[in-house]
Design a protein around this ligand. Structure first.
Ligand SMILES: Cc1cc2nc3c(=O)[nH]c(=O)nc-3n(C[C@H](O)[C@H](O)[C@H](O)COP(=O)(O)O)c2cc1C
Length: 343
């Protein structure tokens, strides 16, 4: 059996560094920036399996045969995703976003089955991930995200549905605890399934996004899970990264908020050295990011980018004034004008 990309990365013996999924943040432009600074794996924003199920793209066939890829629809990436908002959101640049994972959320195994086939055929990512960690009440109430993690039987059915419908490596993103179900119970329940990787957020559902993550539970997960394990939560510096790897014994890390405005954190962790950038250099990175966003998503992309710009300015001299202006920009030209005073 040839190794999947997770196993290839694991074989290098170096910690695998992933850009964790962040809705509204992990766009193609940002993923490309993170790749440039050393991310090994890039997650999409979460996409709804249910939306894909009810709004299946038109093509030669609505959905292809299980496990087959690239047999339907027009040839190029753009055409394959045109006219479907969810697929448009998931487009990527194969050369600049290696390895790219599409994350799906939902609660119905049939929706996941159909969505998996659509993603494999139309988007052709390197892997597919299932969201079991979203704490947002609206999502949990639908039985998705942490709502799904709480239901062991349904979780298993969803994972089986995804595995049955693709040859791509399948990964999971879970929390250390959701209701009565902890990460160990969850992984024990699916120990026989060929899941390639799991990213474990070290916080419980009730902690949400704050508080100390528990990396020790992640260490115990090794007993029940044979694939690649990534630790996630609160990794905001090189020191955090070292501690998380030590405490969790994981194969790698998932970085989320720690990377916002500081994509070079990937480089710091890879090289083991602090990267000390001058404000000018940070502005240049922000401009590269903005130029990419403008090319890929136009004005909408720039509006979405505003929050990234705020992160880039954090801690810089005169940040408050710059932020005030940057939260109103509508084009790359405006951003250039604001930052040109300093560059
Ligand atoms: C704005 C935002 C959006 C997020 N979107 C997703 C998502 O789409 N899917 C997912 O599994 N987790 C999502 N997360 C959770 C992160 O992937 C990560 O698990 C969490 O932020 C903890 O890591 P951190 O402490 O390094 O930020 C999101 C987090 C934030 C802050």
């Amino acid at each position: 059996m040839p190794l999947n990309f997770w196993q290839k990365l694991q074989k290098t013996g170096r910690p695998i560094l992933a850009l964790a999924p962040m809705a509204g943040f992990t766009t193609s432009a940002f993923r490309q920036i993170c790749k440039k600074y050393g991310a090994d794996v890039l997650y999409s924003e979460m996409a709804s399996a249910t939306a894909l199920y009810y709004n299946q793209p038109v093509g030669k066939s609505r959905i292809g045969k299980p496990g087959r890829q690239g047999k339907v629809g027009p040839k190029n990436q753009t055409d394959r995703c045109e006219g479907n908002a969810t697929l448009k959101l998931l487009k990527f640049n194969r050369r600049r976003e290696k390895y790219y994972i599409v994350q799906l959320f939902g609660s119905d195994p049939e929706h996941f089955a159909v969505a998996t086939r659509i993603i494999a055929e139309r988007v052709k990512p390197d892997g597919i991930d299932i969201n079991f960690g979203c704490p947002v009440p609206k999502i949990c109430k639908q039985g998705a995200g942490c709502g799904l993690m709480k239901n062991l039987e349904k979780s298993r059915a969803v994972i089986e549905a995804v595995l049955k419908n693709t040859v791509l490596p399948v990964s999971l993103k879970i929390r250390v605890q959701a209701g009565e179900v902890d990460a160990l119970k969850f992984l024990k329940n699916i120990a026989d399934l060929p899941v390639a990787a799991v990213m474990i957020h070290g916080r419980t559902l009730s902690q949400g996004f704050v508080g100390a993550p528990d990396f020790r539970i992640i260490k115990k997960a090794r007993r029940y899970f044979k694939g690649v394990i990534l630790a996630n939560g609160g990794i905001n510096s090189l020191t955090d990264a070292r501690q998380a790897l030590k405490k969790s014994g994981a194969d790698g890390l998932g970085l989320a908020r720690g990377i916002l405005g500081r994509p070079w954190l990937f480089k710091e962790i890879k090289s083991g050295k602090i990267v000390d950038l001058k404000p000018k250099q940070i502005f240049k990175i922000a401009l590269t990011h903005a130029a990419l966003e403008q090319t890929l998503a136009g004005k909408t992309g720039i509006i979405e980018l505003r929050k990234h710009l705020v992160w880039y300015m954090q801690g810089l001299p005169g940040a408050a004034k710059l932020r005030e202006k940057l939260v109103r920009v509508n084009s790359l030209g405006e951003i250039k004008k604001i930052l040109s005073i300093i560059i």
